[in-house]
Design a protein around this ligand. Structure first.
Ligand code: RIB
Length: 312
């Protein structure tokens, strides 16, 4: 008999309102640039990843902290609309807010004020509604937009329940090393991977050297996202690359990593092995960058399946 855990992913992270500016080029220090378009979209890495899990066929529950304000209601409605079950804990601080600027090549700048999300505690996760929502999840997905004690609490919960933890260490920095050993897979981008592995930012590193240094840093398994160059899969047995999926003209890379992480988890709970799940996720992310926005750019399950079929 199939157990209750099947297909369910618990995402603990940041949800907040985001303003997107589209401009020809990103501003240099001190420069003012005119924007051609602006729009609002609920987001945050955790929020976007939860939306991706649900849109790509998994059951997704999102745990995060919000303020007692209108933006909290907007975020909750957006999560529900994408099929995510929200478990939002109210704090006496404003809901998170982010500003994303995107240039003509789809490159971006992201600034985030975490607000209420920075007040989420280990106790919020390990007790009450959040615990009830998370304890029957097959996979727990976290990012580095929540306090370190919350990451540790998710790892503690996973140890108790047997859930696999997928950790997207974004943004980089300030992550205690001991955390990696408890994660089933870590999903940094190239610069985040170098930071974990102890290399200098921008330093040229071979795949093999990066893989070896990640393992030495305590990472059991990693998938390093390389933008247009695909992904690097690494574990103690070595490493290999999967190419990027070119689904069309790149319009906006914001949230591509979030689509990747959500898709990876959705594929894992649907029974894919690590490599198959990474292939599915690369395809989903490749489609997402052809559209503006973050959560709204996540493709449907049918679209991803169609692309995968056309590749064969
Ligand atoms: O990863 C992209 C996300 O990071 C945006 O949605 C923004 O809200 C920031 O948190």
């Amino acid at each position: 008999m199939k157990d209750q855990k099947e297909n369910k992913i618990g995402i603990v992270g940041l949800t907040g309102q985001t303003v997107f500016f589209r401009t020809q080029h990103l501003p240099r220090p001190g420069e003012t640039v005119a924007c051609e378009e602006m729009f609002f979209e609920a987001g945050g890495k955790g929020h976007n990843q939860a939306a991706a899990c649900a849109k790509l066929g998994a059951k997704a529950v999102f745990v995060g902290a919000v303020g007692r304000d209108e933006n909290a209601r907007i975020c909750e409605a957006a999560l529900r609309q994408d099929g995510v079950q929200p478990c939002l804990i109210e704090k006496d601080a404003p809901t998170a807010f982010a500003a994303v600027s995107t240039d003509a090549d789809g490159e971006n700048f992201v600034q985030v004020c975490a607000g209420a999300a920075s007040q989420l505690t280990a106790g919020d996760i390990l007790h009450g509604d959040a615990r009830s929502a998370l304890q029957d999840c097959e996979v727990l997905l976290i990012q580095n937009e929540i306090p370190a004690e919350c990451i540790e609490a998710v790892l503690q919960l996973a140890e108790e329940t047997g859930a696999r933890v997928v950790f997207n260490p974004a943004p980089a920095g300030g992550i205690p090393r001991e955390i990696y050993a408890g994660c089933w897979v870590v999903t940094p981008n190239e610069e985040e991977a170098k930071c974990i592995a102890g290399f200098a930012p921008g330093q040229a590193v071979s795949d093999e050297a990066l893989c070896a240094a990640l393992c030495k840093a305590g990472v059991r398994r990693a998938v390093v996202t390389l933008g247009g160059s695909g992904v690097l899969l690494a574990d103690e047995n070595g490493c290999c690359r999967l190419p990027a999926c070119r689904a069309g003209r790149v319009v906006d890379t914001t949230g591509a990593g979030d689509t990747f992480n959500g898709a990876l988890c959705a594929a894992l709970v649907q029974g894919c092995d690590f490599r198959q799940a990474a292939q599915f996720a690369v395809t989903a992310a490749g489609i997402s960058v052809t559209r503006p926005g973050a959560a709204s750019s996540v493709p449907t399950l049918d679209e991803v399946r169609r692309h995968l079929k056309n590749r064969q």
